[in-house]
Ligand binder design. Structure first.
Ligand code: SAH
Length: 254
């Protein structure tokens, strides 16, 4: 069977460097989960190495042509290929235990994939994958950096994040317009937040919506109830606050 024809609207850029594929697959810690779900396997360059790991492997692929290719080339995947959209997948219905997510992800839905992980944080124990380099840097960024933002805080709240390595565009067919990088997110110990989660998300989003302003100005639309506690933060900007700082800040508002 011939190769899958790359479709731009599905973010298809097939990885051609098998060493990189192997490195990505081996970055998963299989002891952390009961099964692995690969998002967007395409022609299975990563899948091949995942199937050698000591774990049950599922894949979800939206592209019919790729699904057909996988069925032909990977008989071992029988009954483990889900044809559909990862963003619509009811994770907890399919995975009763911990699952590790892996992929050379479609870049057009990177943030949505990551936010989905936060929504299913108690099932998704690890994520390893390739993203657009800019997104990878943002997610892994420490406070104080220009790229530190909403997605950094919300993900770092529940995951320990490592930036593993950068990948050049010339190892993809067709090459993407942007550079790529592989990151790893491992679920941390945090269960319940020390503050209300909805309020926390609102505070983080509002703080970063005017990221160049001091928090005193950026958070004007919220009702400050504990000025004494908030004092140490109000002259800072959102990007200077750690996840724990945001917990404290959240409690200062109604
Ligand atoms: N893993 C392969 C392909 C990467 S390209 C490789 O490294 O070569 C991204 C893949 O994600 C494509 O196969 C594309 O069809 C698939 N994809 C795009 N959107 C998707 C979605 N919403 N759900 C599942 N798969 C998706």
């Amino acid at each position: 069977m011939s190769k899958v024809r790359a479709k731009k609207h599905l973010g298809q850029h097939f990885l051609t460097d098998i060493e990189i594929a192997q490195n990505i697959a081996h970055s998963l810690d299989t002891s952390r989960h009961n099964s692995i779900l690969e998002v967007g396997p395409g022609m299975g360059v990563l899948t091949k190495y995942l199937l050698n790991l000591d774990s049950e492997v599922f894949v979800i692929e939206i592209d019919k042509e790729s699904v057909c290719y996988l069925k032909n080339h990977f008989p071992k995947l029988e009954n483990h290929i889900i044809e559909g959209d990862f963003l619509q997948l009811p994770i907890e219905e399919i995975f009763k235990d911990k699952v590790g997510i892996i992929g050379n992800f479609p870049y057009n839905i990177s943030s949505q994939i990551l936010f989905k992980a936060v929504d299913h944080k108690n099932t998704i124990s690890e994520i390893v994958g390739m993203f657009q380099k800019e997104v990878a840097e943002r997610v892994a960024s420490a406070p104080g950096k220009k790229v530190y933002g909403i997605i950094s805080v919300l993900l770092q709240c529940y995951y320990d994040i490592e930036y593993l390595f950068a990948v050049n565009e010339d190892v993809f067919d067709p090459p993407p317009k942007v550079k790529s990088a592989v990151i790893r997110l491992r679920r941390n110990q945090r269960e319940d937040l020390p503050c209300d989660e909805k309020k926390f998300i609102r505070t983080v989003k509002t703080a970063f919506s005017m990221r160049r302003k001091t928090l005193r100005n950026a958070l004007k639309s919220l009702n400050l109830v504990d000025e004494i506690k908030a004092k140490k933060f109000l002259d800072l900007r959102a990007e200077q606050l750690s996840v724990e700082d945001f917990f404290e800040l959240t409690d200062c508002f109604e």
